[in-house]
Design a binder for this molecule. Structure first.
Ligand SMILES: NC(=O)c1ccc[n+]([C@@H]2O[C@H](COP(=O)([O-])OP(=O)(O)OC[C@H]3O[C@@H](n4cnc5c(N)ncnc54)[C@H](O)[C@@H]3O)[C@@H](O)[C@H]2O)c1
Length: 355
């Protein structure tokens, strides 16, 4: 693929660096903007990028950029995004869209008025392992889904080995950090993608650890999808063993997905449930699990599928999708500004119902 675009990367930290590299690989000309000149040199030199700006407004006015990504800390998404859409420059927005709903609605107004492309970087939708689950739901064979449980977490000090976690945006309230904005935002988007529109029923959000941060480091949310599925999400900055898991309980079976171990376990009741009144061997088979001694026997061994794991491909495909939307001037696409606003509404408890 060779996209003849001039792509401005605003914020050249961990994710901005990745976008810059991917954009070069997709054939775009890349321009960098960061407050930290040395960081731009470190990112730009191996990629042959020489166009650097320390001020996003100057970059927008002078660089000739025709596309951009906003990859600054979450507290500083609104200002560059507003300047870009006011200049009708299509923008890929890192999540969350911004911090406040007022800012989000302000952006939405400009996007609609000027008919400019703003695509949310909800990267999980481009990850092979999450796409595999979406396909499984498309071909679903286990009847009505009753509940889905997401669990995610990793230990904040282990995130970036070269940085002190106390200086990173994720642990700082003033930079828009915390579990809800940083991590839960991914899950909120995924829940909508998998199960349709959701209402937030209740949530607990707190700081549990002694980590030197001033944000929530753990949260539990309960949501209900319009389809009736009850969803719980637990997410934290504390899990010593990194985890990304989903369990689905359905009418005729159960599915367990461990995204980090790349494994999907599928348990179909039709194949794994033995009725002792029909199957005589059931009562003498010691390997079957029984709730009570004279009850039904269950073979707990699931069918296991190994998932492909995306790595950088997810980010590359996300950027490619953005470039294609821009090149084809697509007007309707899934990750539009509305998808960012919906996630922000959930983060802000909009419409929360207790009970
Ligand atoms: N989609 C994903 O999977 C994903 C992954 C990581 C981060 N993110 C999001 O991307 C954003 C950035 O995260 P990160 O981990 O790269 O952060 P980071 O701290 O590594 O990088 C942020 C960069 O922005 C620069 N910056 C700060 N203020 C600026 C300004 N006014 N103008 C220009 N540059 C400025 C900083 O100097 C730094 O280089 C966050 O909002 C985060 O939520 C998304």
């Amino acid at each position: 693929m060779n996209f003849k675009l001039k792509f401005l990367v605003i914020g050249c930290g961990s994710i901005g660096r990745r976008h810059a590299r991917n954009a070069v690989n997709l054939g775009a000309e890349v321009i960098l903007c960061d407050l930290n000149i040395q960081r731009m040199r470190d990112v730009g030199a191996p990629l042959g990028i020489t166009d650097y700006y320390t001020d996003f407004q100057t970059a927008i006015d002078k660089s000739g950029a025709d596309t951009a990504v906003v990859a600054t800390p979450s507290n500083f998404h609104f200002e560059p995004a507003k300047a870009l859409v006011e200049h009708c420059i299509p923008v890929l927005m890192e999540k969350p869209l911004c911090l406040s709903l007022d800012e989000a609605l302000h952006l939405e107004r400009i996007v609609r008025e000027r008919n400019v492309i703003l695509m949310m970087a909800h990267t999980y939708r481009f990850r092979d392992e999450w796409i595999a689950v979406r396909h499984m739901l498309d071909d679903w064979s286990l009847g009505k889904i009753y509940s889905a449980e997401f669990a995610g977490g990793w230990y904040l000090p282990d995130w970036h080995i070269r940085e002190d976690y106390r200086t990173e945006y994720a642990g700082k309230k003033e930079l828009g950090g915390g579990v809800m904005f940083t991590s839960m935002s991914h899950f909120f988007d995924i829940v909508r993608w998998f199960f349709g529109e959701v209402d937030l029923i209740t949530r607990v959000r707190m700081k549990q650890s002694n980590l030197d941060i001033n944000v929530d480091d753990a949260a539990v949310c309960i949501l209900k999808a319009s389809s009736g599925v009850i969803i719980t999400i637990i997410e934290d900055f504390l899990s010593r063993l990194p985890r990304r898991q989903l369990r689905i309980n359905a009418e005729y079976g159960y599915v367990e997905i461990d995204f980090n171990r790349k494994q999907m376990s599928f348990w179909d009741a039709h194949a794994k449930r033995y009725d002792p009144t029909i199957d005589a061997a059931t009562s003498t088979n010691p390997d079957l699990f029984r709730i009570l001694e004279d009850g039904v026997g269950y073979d707990l061994t699931p069918e296991v599928k190994i998932l492909k794991y995306s790595g950088n491909d997810a980010y590359l495909n996300e950027l490619k999708s953005f470039f294609e939307i821009v090149s084809k001037k697509t007007t309707h696409f899934a990750l539009d500004i509305d998808s960012g606003i919906k996630v922000l509404e959930l983060i802000h408890n909009k419409g929360i119902q207790h009970g």
